[in-house]
Write a protein that binds this ligand. Structure first.
Ligand code: URA
Length: 439
């Protein structure tokens, strides 16, 4: 590998060739230890995006990413350990109510999450909108909290999936996200490093997802399940609809507030449905309960305050202001300006383009344009009108929440938001978010 020349390997992949195991491992090592510069990593990511990886290349790449850091051993924790990961959606805040709800039902949730990616938000950015909350915990503290509380949420670190920390940040800003091998290896390297027994994947499908068709989504699930199987882990994949944003908020602090509503037994019906269904699959893999009994257990944890109380303890243990569970509006940062977006005509919301809404939120400051950017935790979009709602001309369909921004950024976000609404004559039939479950 001393003769390893990154540009030669990039050229091989660019031209549609296969990379040898030692070339793939050298790139992953270079991403983790910083010895390969961002421009060469980014060029390789684009070549992989365009040319793909075959099964053997993907297995090697994913294994190298997993072993770029430590693989945790949580065998001293007696409870079953099951995690969930989403392939990325708009308004996808489900990990926030889900992790404490599942932990409250007796299954431990050691969760390594990501930041915003492309037009989608990330759990880490959401949690960090709670003042003081840190997602940067040493491995020992993570393990202790999973044992004591039943859940803990952190990011990729220098010790856990460091290659993904680097590659994920580069993909976010180089239009190299929507690639089956890159998504599969990113997700599975984090998840297999956590020391879990089993995993539920929420594979998003539709305009707001990275996989826009069910066929591509099934292909992504198959790739992730193959990586999980090779590591001896049970993986259930749930394909869920991502044709409209989840819930009524997009943006970090806004989504924390909505998650707390779900943890209080309320919140939008789709957000609760996803929490209950994904939670039930996690309880089934953990051997605690299955089917309707598992759904009832999660629903009870949301309704009786046990999941909320656990979330409060988690926030406190991770350095955050735990008063957020009782007074989210006072504790969370609030945007300086709420700019209404008005309906140009009367009608019923017959379709929503989630991708454009996610991009609008990013432009308002909820996501990043460059890897080093900080997000504005208060920025985002409050959706007043959602699928099936009737709106009158001139009525706000949404509010853009933002700080001081150049007017062209707000105008572009407003244009994307208004363009994201189809105001047709009739309401679409209300549909479950769940499309299929691959066990
Ligand atoms: N979530 C991840 O962790 N990685 C991806 O590539 C996409 C979603």
């Amino acid at each position: 590998v001393s003769a390893f020349l990154p540009q030669l390997s990039i050229r091989t992949k660019r031209d549609g060739g296969r990379l040898a195991d030692d070339e793939l491992r050298a790139f992953v090592r270079g991403a983790a230890d910083g010895s390969i510069p961002d421009y060469q990593l980014s060029a390789l990511l684009m070549a992989i995006f365009l040319r793909g990886l075959d099964d053997r290349e993907l297995a090697t790449w994913a294994d190298a990413m997993l072993h770029s850091g430590d693989v945790l051993d949580l065998s001293a924790i007696a409870r079953p350990k099951v995690d969930k990961h989403s392939t990325g959606g708009v308004g996808d805040k489900i990990s926030l109510p889900l992790a404490p709800a599942v932990a409250a039902c007796g299954v431990a949730v050691p969760m390594v999450s990501g930041r915003g990616l492309g037009h989608t938000g990330g759990t880490l950015d959401k949690l960090e909108s709670i003042p003081g909350f840190t997602v940067d915990l040493p491995v020992e503290r993570f393990t202790e909290l999973v044992d004591r509380l039943g859940c803990c949420l952190i990011g990729q670190t220098a010790r856990i999936a460091p290659a993904d920390r680097k590659l994920y940040a580069l993909r976010d800003v180089t239009a190299t996200v929507e690639s089956i091998p890159l998504i599969a290896s990113s997700i599975m390297s984090k998840k297999l490093a956590e020391g879990i027994d089993a995993l539920v994947l929420d594979c998003k499908v539709g305009d707001g997802a990275f996989m826009t068709t069910i066929e591509r989504a099934r292909e992504l699930c198959a790739a992730m399940q193959a990586i999980g199987r090779a590591a001896g882990k049970r993986v259930t994949a749930v394909l869920t609809r991502m044709d409209a944003p989840i819930g009524r908020t997009i943006g970090n602090a806004l989504e924390v507030e909505e998650s707390i509503e779900v943890l209080r037994g309320g919140g939008p019906a789709d957000t609760r449905e996803l929490t209950v269904e994904l939670g039930a699959e996690m309880l089934a893999l953990g051997g605690v309960a299955s089917g309707d009994a598992a759904r009832a257990r999660i629903a009870r944890a949301l309704d009786d305050g046990s999941a909320l109380a656990l979330f409060g303890r988690l926030v406190e243990a991770q350095g955050g202001d735990a008063r957020v569970i009782d007074r989210p509006r006072e504790v969370l940062p609030r945007a300086k300006t709420r700019t209404p977006v008005l309906a140009p005509a009367a009608g019923v919301v017959s379709a929503m383009r989630s991708r454009d809404l996610g991009t609008a939120a990013l432009l308002l400051g909820a996501g990043r344009k460059r890897t080093a950017d900080a997000v504005d935790p208060s920025a985002g979009i409050e959706l007043v009108a959602h699928l099936g709602d009737r709106v009158e001309r001139g009525q706000p369909v949404a509010f853009l929440c933002h700080g001081d921004l150049p007017s062209d950024a707000v105008e572009r976000a407003a244009a994307l938001t208004i363009g994201a609404y189809d105001l047709g004559g009739s309401a679409p039939a209300p549909l479950s978010r769940i499309l299929e479950v691959l066990r």
